[in-house]
Design a protein around this ligand. Structure first.
Ligand code: FES
Length: 113
């Protein structure tokens, strides 16, 4: 599991850590953290690669505006990780281009954007 060395240590009380996976690797998160925040704390900056030039992108604004943090979360592409609270057992993958098509009948709001 990834260390917590990039998190503020002093004066912060956190709940019990849990993990989710990113490209098959476990990442540690704490209750209330977003996926993007947990990834940044784990030292991972790459979220996706662009469709046209295959350029790397990662979280930039951390407030849902730039869309550079989009990843595939539990099979749903284009999920803005800066707006998505991490949960135990989530499966997160780097998004290539526009990502895979969303599952048929998926009602996740992020899948329709
Ligand atoms: S970091 Fe900009 S939308 Fe997520």
């Amino acid at each position: 599991m990834t260390t917590t060395s990039n998190r503020i240590a002093a004066g912060v009380e956190r709940g019990a850590p849990f993990s989710f996976t990113v490209d098959g690797q476990p990442v540690e998160a704490y209750p209330g953290e977003t996926l993007a925040g947990a990834l940044l704390a784990a030292g991972r900056r790459l979220a996706r690669r662009t469709a046209w030039r295959d350029e790397p992108r990662g979280a930039f604004c951390f407030m849902g505006v730039c869309h550079d943090c989009r990843m595939v979360v539990d099979g749903v592409p284009n999920v803005r990780t800066c707006l998505t609270v991490a949960r135990a057992g989530m499966v997160v993958e780097m998004q290539l281009g526009f990502g895979p098509p969303p599952p048929l009948g998926d009602s996740a709001p992020e899948a329709r954007r």
